[in-house]
Design a binder for this molecule. Structure first.
Ligand code: GTP
Ligand code: MG
Length: 370
């Protein structure tokens, strides 16, 4: 949770730290300049100085992660599922993603130019599905470690000629821990030595019991190379989505997660964002992790410029002051000044945390040398 030091609050209120310390003493709190203050104390101090601050504003200023507006059920609408593909090395994750995209993205104007974007959307029977094209494990681990849950459904790819391997087990454990529904894609069915029964057998040992055997796990046989079974796989994804009912509120300021980001020579910081709730617009002031800006341009997975992006939509944006990290959360703000204030605050706190960490390390080193 967030906090501000006495000195930081003094700066925000345009007061001297000493004045704050004096007020705190009056409240029976002995504090130094570096003392971290909690929300309640900050609110009391602000009131004392005659500065009106709304609870929500304080939370925004302190820590964006705390910002969570409850959506009224009536405001929620169905959103596309966000699907991640995971599995053992060489079992065909990338080939499968390519096959899905090739079969489903029939955009003539884009002329088959593959835009590199870490996420894309396809349509099946008029319904959209979002795929995250980040290396499955890395995405899961870093994003989960940062408290961001982006995946709604996991496709566990297992090569029919190889069977369950260590990373298969690792992947299914990740998905189970995150309580994400799993659909098994038994791949490489075109191979002569393909043995889907063996895959079912081995996964049953990990509590993924196929429907065909009286269990609850959906298994789909596919060949990514031949493009076989892709339609069925997508249908199963839509089936699971209907059961799970993934929802979001499209009528509010956007929030979501960074899928990937880099520094582009010409365009500056470029980030692929997945909108998880709300709708994002060109021109929106935004805080992304420890950086901020105003959205200059948005490009969708087909390389087209778009003006808005609703829930479960991946878009590449420009206009940030710095490069965020994959897994960072973002939030759109009403005005740019506030976005800057929050962004700079977060930047300062991140630097401070880093400084504290490094000074702690050197102290440890010092003691170790004695
Ligand atoms: P990593 O990203 O390294 O973990 O691998 P991956 O899971 O993305 O596998 P990738 O898609 O790179 O495929 C690995 C190899 O398997 C490639 O040579 C593919 O051509 C081949 N392959 C993938 N799917 C199929 C399939 O359905 N049939 C056959 N015969 N080969 C396949
Ligand atoms: Mg791959």
């Amino acid at each position: 949770s967030g906090s501000l030091s006495v000195a930081e609050l003094a700066e925000k209120l345009r007061k001297e730290s000493a004045e704050i310390i004096k007020k705190l003493m009056g409240m029976g709190v002995m504090a130094t300049k570096n003392e971290e203050l909690d929300v309640t104390t900050i609110q009391l101090l602000c009131e004392d100085f005659g500065v009106e601050v709304e609870e929500e504003e304080i939370v925004d200023v302190l820590d964006m992660d705390l910002y969570e507006e409850e959506d009224a059920p009536a405001d929620l609408g169905v959103r596309p599922p966000v699907v991640t593909i995971m599995g053992h090395v060489d079992h065909g994750k990338t080939t499968l993603l390519d096959a899905i995209r090739k079969t489903k993205v029939t955009d003539t104007e884009a002329g088959g130019i593959t835009q590199h974007i870490g996420a894309y959307q396809v349509e099946e029977n008029g319904k959209k599905v979002t795929f995250l094209d980040t290396p499955g494990h890395a995405a899961f681990t870093t994003m989960r470690a940062r408290g961001a849950q982006v995946t709604d459904i996991t496709i566990l790819v297992v090569a029919a000629d190889d069977g369950v391997m260590p990373q298969t087990v690792e992947a299914l454990n990740h998905a189970k821990a995150a309580e994400v529904p799993i659909i098994v894609a038994v791949n490489k069915m075109d191979k002569e030595n393909a043995n889907p029964d063996r895959v079912m057998q081995e996964l049953t040992e990990h509590q993924l019991v196929p429907e065909a055997w009286g269990g609850e796990t959906i298994f789909v046989n596919v060949s990514a190379v031949k493009g076989e079974g892709i339609d069925e796989l997508l249908e199963m994804i839509l089936l699971v989505s209907e059961v799970e009912e993934f929802k979001a509120n499209p009528d509010k300021r956007a929030q979501g997660t960074v899928v990937e980001a880099e520094l582009d020579k010409g365009r500056g910081p470029v980030a692929t964002l997945l909108v998880q709730n709300g709708t994002m617009n060109v021109g929106d002031p935004i805080v992304v992790g420890n950086t901020f800006g105003r959205i200059r341009a948005m490009v969708n997975d087909l390389g087209r410029r778009v003006k808005t992006a609703g829930p479960s939509t991946p878009v590449e944006i420009t206009g940030l002051s710095d490069v965020p990290q994959a897994g960072d959360q973002f939030l759109v703000f009403e005005d740019e000044k506030k976005a800057r204030q929050v962004g700079e605050g977060r930047q300062a706190r991140a630097k401070e945390a880093e400084r504290k960490q490094s000074s702690k390390v050197s102290l440890d080193d010092l003691f170790n040398q004695i």
